[in-house]
Design a protein around this ligand. Sequence first.
Ligand code: PMP
Length: 363
Amino acid sequence: MLHKVFNFCAGPAAMPQEVMYKAQQEFRNYHGTQVSLLEMSHRSNLFDEVIKKAEANVRFLMDIPDEYGVFFIQGGASFQFAMLAMNLLPPIGKADYIDTGRWSQKAIEQAKLIGNVNVIASGKDIGYTAIPQVDELIIDPGAAYLHFTSNNTVYGTQFHEFPDYGNNVPLVCDMSSDIMSREVDVEKFAMIYAGLQKNLGPSGMSLVIMRPDMIEKSYRVLPDLLKYSTYDHYHNLYNTPNSFAVYMLSLVTDWIREQGGVGIVERINDVKSEILYEEIDRSEGFYNGFAFAPDRSRMNVCFNLPTTELDQKFVAEAAEKGMVGLAGHRSVGGIRASIYNAMPLKGVSRLIDFMTDFKKKNS
Ligand code: PMP
């Protein structure tokens, strides 16, 4: 498939070209019906096939135990920041959070509106350049759950090993920016959630994976749509779901299966990130990686050039050469190359060639 432009945007992010092509082909005439899937009842047989396939693909690709719930919930990951606390944080009691930057902070802020939150570790003092160490001594076995963000989209840091405190503390993880980019043992988690718009589809919908004992844990009287149990009882069809997002999720997960599954995609992600970090490290300080090397993200590669003028020049010239979306998050600046599953190795190679050339001309 031809790539005229490689899109390094952090999210909404590049989708696999094959998926975009298929969606385009089917857009106005879904499976010979002369009707778009967007115009079809969510109770129709054709949509039923789509939503069942999306769920089956997610379960297969992540090897999710049968008893876990798989939910498609409208609103992005930020909506989950509040919803999970409403459901899982008891009025008396508390939840532990690890603060690794902007998104975990937002999760903390929202949970604080609902109940008691204890921040057990934070990377704030070091500008979120590394994943903070958790002192196991302060883990409270009575905490309702421990929340963390597996990949920090803004700073390009990532947990390469997940916190593991046995079954005492249920682990709740925001995997928005690295879901299905690597194999994870779902059974270690009480809840995993992710906005779709990096590795799985369009924005505005979250995938939620939940251990059965957590699903019914509603500590408050909540409207039906705010309870996980509703999504469970109605198999994600209590009301009209975001049918287009579910459809795109089914296509993207088909594509991951065609690639050979998450394990294969993970190996490609390893190569892409390794060669990019090698280029940074080879540059003798012209490109400065933001993250502490052992915590570097395989999804968001963040670095700076010697001056902000050079950062801007880099972004502008890269765009002229067909590489877009490289500006760092507005709170950090610099460059951020987001290389999610859909970014082909070819795109990373083109970026590396450009970096080599740009350094030669500007240092
Ligand atoms: N968590 C992480 C790790 C993110 O990267 C983002 C978005 N970039 C969010 C949560 C928020 O997602 P949304 O905009 O879908 O609410």
